[in-house]
Design a protein around this ligand. Structure first.
Ligand SMILES: Cc1cc2nc3c(=O)[nH]c(=O)nc-3n(C[C@H](O)[C@H](O)[C@H](O)COP(=O)(O)O)c2cc1C
Length: 197
């Protein structure tokens, strides 16, 4: 079987984002298990705030097609998102809302067909004490229930993120690294089984 292809997504595109650092740690753990990991920057998709009038006037923006095509080519997804007031970020929700508006085009599936059944490993990070755990459960519900992805049961919320990484971007605490590894191991197991089936 060829190497698993995974997408790595951060729900924050902020320079220095803790969530991007955390998903990079997860990506390294997946690469250590033989996967190929491709990062996708949601901000680079340049998706405007969803607006039905805009959609009616000019259709779904190209960025949503880039997300669809990235998902279509992936065997699974690693995703880490911060919380804003206990909820997943507008960047994350808006990107997947636009994806959900894409209808099938030629050989390309609808946005939801591209995301449907895609195994998903979930993470969150915050400088605060709860590690954005409250939003992580909403992210699980949103991406699992309505975007039809397949979140693995394991997840990891990194608290006190501002103190968690060394200068090379690695997690200082071996228990936190083990928690990341557990999510990644589960994702790789499920993605490999689905790819083989
Ligand atoms: C509008 C807003 C609301 C926030 N609400 C929360 C919150 O509910 N819980 C929390 O832990 N952090 C909250 N934060 C702080 C973020 O966790 C912090 O900015 C974090 O660094 C964002 O993730 P990033 O580093 O990946 O960009 C909030 C930040 C903003 C801008």
């Amino acid at each position: 079987m060829s190497a698993l292809r995974l997408l790595a997504i951060s729900g924050s595109s902020r320079a220095g984002s803790w969530n991007r650092k955390l998903v990079e740690v997860a990506a390294k753990a997946a690469e250590a298990r033989g996967a190929q990991v491709e990062p996708i920057d949601l901000r680079a998709l340049e998706l405007p705030l969803y607006d039905a009038d805009l959609e009616k006037a000019s259709g779904v923006p190209e960025g949503a097609r880039r997300l669809r095509d990235a998902l279509r080519g992936a065997d699974g997804v690693l995703l880490s998102a911060p919380e804003y007031n206990g909820f997943p970020t507008p960047l994350l929700i808006n990107s997947f809302d636009w994806l959900s508006r894409l209808q099938p085009e030629g050989d390309a599936p609808s946005g939801l067909a591209a995301s449907s059944g895609k195994p998903l490993g979930l993470f969150s990070a915050s400088p605060g004490p709860l590690g954005a755990l409250r939003s992580l459960n909403f992210t699980r519900q949103y991406l699992g229930m309505t975007i039809a992805m397949l979140p693995v049961p394991q997840q990891f919320a990194l608290s006190k993120a501002a103190e968690a990484f060394d200068e090379a971007g690695a997690l200082k605490d071996a228990r936190q690294q083990a928690a990341v590894d557990a999510v990644v191991a589960s994702l790789v197991r499920v993605a490999a089984a689905l790819k083989a089936s």
